[in-house]
Design a protein around this ligand. Structure first.
Ligand code: MTE
Length: 344
């Protein structure tokens, strides 16, 4: 992506390597000792020496909004979506190694969670517009009104790192049904939160065309894999993972999954998308995971799979990220052998 800084490896100091249980035990210990957030922060994730305000979250798991709906968690796992060849990525990795430019656009771009304090996703609304029934849905009510399920999906970033995540949520097709699109709607556009006062990256990075926006063809949006995530690891989404709602499209690169979605529009014409508008020669509209289409600046033939902090493994990239049987009919022209530098 245009301004995403690529790092040579998953660089983490020994002092930052900690398991979720070690982290939680440490938190319990610190709380029992009556130590405040400063004491805790000196002990967690190696972020100790920086000056931080008293209101900063203590760690990447402290950023679940207090008023996020909790009913239905943990949701039953849907056995149709397995990832047999990989372990589940440690929750701390998933919530501490992020891309979310609304929060941060300089320094360690992946360390998003310390910048989330001012953001209050609840209460929030999702508006529906364009070629559909115009509506405003309260997001908490929406989440409470659906049957939540858990799906284990591979997640592949265009930067060639990957994780395996148990998402909680519901099929995008259910949301689209509720929006009542007209028959002539062929595309759907997703628009993300626009609150510069709560989002430091959005406030300061004027060179981005805020708010973040993405789009899908209707047949893609209605594919059974397309998922609206409201949570992960059996709890509501932490802010840095896209609270209150995000899309998860496991056969596409991660940037096709907008986080903190607040508006949906249906259209007859293909919508513009955030990264495509910034770098059309690097980020196409489809952006399906395909080892045969290199990014103009790096190969997509393999990826760094992240499991626990400090641990990564080089793995071959799978066609459509391992979801070939679900989506191959959508893309009859997808190259199945090395195709050279093309953008799709
Ligand atoms: N959505 C918004 N609103 N803003 C963003 O910066 N980044 C995208 C995508 N959705 C992004 C976004 C990119 S590049 C990726 S890889 C994924 O979110 C990262 O999701 P994660 O941080 O939960 O792993």
């Amino acid at each position: 992506m245009a301004n995403i800084i690529l790092r040579p490896g998953w660089q983490i100091k020994e002092s930052r390597a900690t398991s979720l249980s070690a982290y939680l035990n440490r938190r319990a210990f610190v709380k029992a000792m009556g130590l405040g957030s400063i004491g805790l922060s000196t002990m967690s994730l190696g972020c100790s020496q920086q000056a931080r305000s008293a209101t900063d979250p203590d760690g990447p798991l402290d950023t679940i909004p207090d008023d996020a709906p909790r009913e239905g968690y943990p949701a039953p796992r849907n056995p149709a979506y397995e990832v047999p060849e990989r372990v589940i990525t440690d929750r701390l990795v998933t919530s501490s190694y992020n891309n979310f430019y609304e929060f941060i656009n300089q320094g360690d771009l992946k360390r998003v969670w310390p910048h989330t304090e001012q953001y209050n996703p609840f209460p929030g609304t999702l508006t529906v517009g364009g070629l559909a029934e115009k509506q405003t849905l309260d997001i908490a009510d929406l989440i409470r009104s659906v049957d939540l399920e858990e799906r284990l999906y591979r997640f592949r970033c265009v930067e060639a790192w990957s994780i395996t995540v148990p998402w909680t949520g519901f099929p995008l097709a259910k949301l689209i049904e509720r929006c009542k699109p007209r028959n002539n709607a062929r595309f759907v556009k997703f628009i993300c939160v626009n609150r510069p006062e709560e989002l430091p990256g959005q406030k300061h990075a004027h060179w981005y065309p805020w708010p973040y926006f993405e789009g899908l063809r209707m047949d893609e949006a209605l594919n059974e894999l397309a998922f609206v995530a409201t949570g992960l690891y059996g709890e509501p989404l932490p802010k840095q993972n896209g609270s209150p709602l995000r899309l998860v499209l496991p056969w596409k690169y991660g940037y096709k999954g907008p986080k903190a979605v607040v508006r949906i529009e249906f259209a007859r014409r293909q919508p513009a998308t955030f990264w495509n508008e910034l770098q059309p020669r690097e980020y196409g509209f489809l952006s399906n995971v395909n080892p045969n289409i290199p990014h103009p600046r790096w190969s997509q033939a393999s990826e760094r799979f992240l499991s626990t902090e400090g641990v990564e493994e080089r793995m071959p990239t799978m066609m459509f990220n391992g979801y070939d049987e679900w989506v191959q009919e959508l893309y009859p022209d997808a190259p199945r052998s090395y195709a050279g530098p093309i953008i799709r």
